[in-house]
Design a protein around this ligand. Structure first.
Ligand SMILES: [Zn+2]
Length: 79
């Protein structure tokens, strides 16, 4: 079995710390977050650097066996 998670990677514009979050949160909500390293507020949607589909391979009981990058969504969702 397989399950998928649409992930967006963004960089804090003040200190460069990378973050990976669910794309529905970054793209749809587009709300500001507080950097856990430098403490400043910024917008992950405005600072996104990559978006891709994370694929989870599951065993018969739905437990995650492996996670891997499925494909880039950058061209599909150019927002
Ligand atoms: Zn920061």
């Amino acid at each position: 079995m397989k399950a998928f998670l649409d992930v967006t990677v963004s960089l804090c514009p003040y200190c460069g710390t990378p973050y990976a979050d669910a794309s529905w949160y970054v793209i749809e909500l587009a709300s500001d977050v507080e950097c856990g390293v430098c403490g400043r507020s910024w917008n992950p949607k405005a600072s996104k650097v990559d978006r891709f589909l994370l694929e989870f391979l599951l065993d018969a009981n739905g437990k995650v066996v492996e996670a891997r990058k499925n494909k880039s969504l950058t061209q599909i969702n150019a927002d």
